[in-house]
Design a protein around this ligand. Structure first.
Ligand SMILES: [Mg+2]
Length: 404
């Protein structure tokens, strides 16, 4: 597989950079230069750090933690509200540039793509020069920076793009794994969360190199067979997974977050779920889509993915219905085990704007739809801090009625 050529392109501190570009246009400060986060209302218990600047990271602030806790770490923190409609525009413009370079692009998240550049050497004889060209074009045309990882598989490309930031191109070819990846702490290995790395440390495994050389049979006792093989391969830079060219249309809309601190309580899960709902619902509404199916995915410490989904009686683009359904799915399927990954997906997308009449038709739906577009535009203008969802709307009545 060594003749493959894969790029992973990752926007540096995406939400912070995108908000910075927007604020700079209006003469505001450059959020990227100061300790800053994109979050929401610091007084709201539901508000979490959706993104952090590189200077904020130096204070130990992590994505997904409550804004109040981030403020304790850095009292001078600049907090910007989020503007999901703007992020969707930035994301699309970024992906449109990337897509010009290959027919095989995988949207990995709102700010990350994989490009399969294999066999393109006639058009792009120098892959490194091409990586620099993409990076510089994004900055020149859109005003934000990206990192590009260049490698012969997706894992190594992703690891490479995560090396020094921002605005850098890095390679991680197989002959560089030993020098560039093996000295890194084991928690830097993609998918190796805090709890796995803690368990690995208990075996005396501190670096990716030590993990790579550790006997798989002994890893199996600690991580189970799947986990052991997975981490053994990853530590050795082995990954055969293809770049999956999927359009958002086909797969719907989804968000997946790997958390740095395991999720152990329902409040943290719901907080993250609400942030994910906000992003994916805004993306879907920007496309004038509605979903018929809502799913949640989570992964426990044994590296097992669990998914649970529900078909709705009618398609929706209403944030509160999506959020309430997602919460219900978690209630039905989560049994309190610590989680390291949480995902939300909207699928079965309808895009013709035609809604079937239904016995479940809810007279408040039009009101709630109007409220959602108001919320989106308030977020657009003032950020999340201007939005007090919990006190604005009581959905419990409507949701209960829908389920009867
Ligand atoms: Mg990024």
């Amino acid at each position: 597989m060594s003749d493959r050529l894969i790029f992973h392109i990752d926007v540096n501190s995406a939400f912070v950079s995108w908000s910075a570009v927007e604020m700079l246009k209006n003469g505001g400060p450059d959020l990227r230069e100061v300790p800053s986060i994109v979050g929401g209302d610091p007084d709201s218990r539901r508000s979490i750090v959706a993104a952090k600047s590189i200077p904020a990271k130096k204070y130990g602030i992590v994505t997904g933690e409550p804004v109040s806790s981030a403020l304790r770490k850095c009292p001078n923190l600049v907090i910007a509200g989020s503007n999901f409609d703007w992020y969707v525009k930035c994301s699309r413009a970024f992906k449109a540039i990337c897509q010009e370079y290959t027919p095989t692009m995988q949207s990995f998240s709102i700010d990350e793509v994989f490009l399969d550049m294999s066999g393109m050497n006639l058009i792009y004889p120098d892959p490194i020069a091409t990586a620099y060209e993409i990076k510089d074009r994004v900055y020149k045309e859109l005003g934000f920076t990206v990192n590009v990882g260049v490698a012969s598989n997706k894992l190594c490309a992703k690891m490479a793009s995560d090396f020094e930031k921002p605005n850098k191109v890095h390679t991680l070819f197989s002959n560089e794994i030993e020098s560039k990846m093996w000295p890194l702490p084991v928690e830097d290995l993609f998918t190796c969360g805090k709890s796995t790395s803690a368990r690995l440390r208990s075996l005396g495994i501190f670096t990716i190199g030590e993990l790579a050389k550790y006997p798989v049979e002994q890893l199996t006792m600690l991580l189970g067979e799947r986990g052991a093989i997975h981490f053994h391969n990853y530590a050795n830079g082995i990954d055969d997974s293809p770049v999956l060219q999927e359009t958002e249309d086909a797969k719907g809309y989804s968000a997946e977050t790997t958390v740095e601190e395991d999720l152990v309580d329902i409040e943290s899960i719901n907080r993250l779920l609400l942030a994910q709902t906000d992003v994916v619902a805004a993306r879907m509404r920007a496309d004038e889509g509605k979903c018929r199916c809502i799913g949640v995915t989570f992964r426990n410490l044994d590296f097992v993915n669990k998914s649970h989904q529900k078909k709705l009686p009618e398609a929706t683009d209403v944030t509160d219905i999506i959020f309430e359904t997602a919460k219900q799915l978690i209630r039905e399927s989560w049994h309190g085990e610590p989680l390291r990954l949480l995902g939300l997906s909207l699928s079965d997308i309808e895009r013709d704007g035609f809604e079937q009449m239904s016995l479940f038709q809810d007279e408040n739906k039009e009101k709630r739809k109007a409220l959602d577009s108001t919320l989106d535009s308030i977020r657009g203008k003032f950020g999340n801090s201007a939005v007090q969802r919990a006190s604005t709307i009581d959905t419990s009545k409507n949701i209960n009625r829908r389920n009867q």
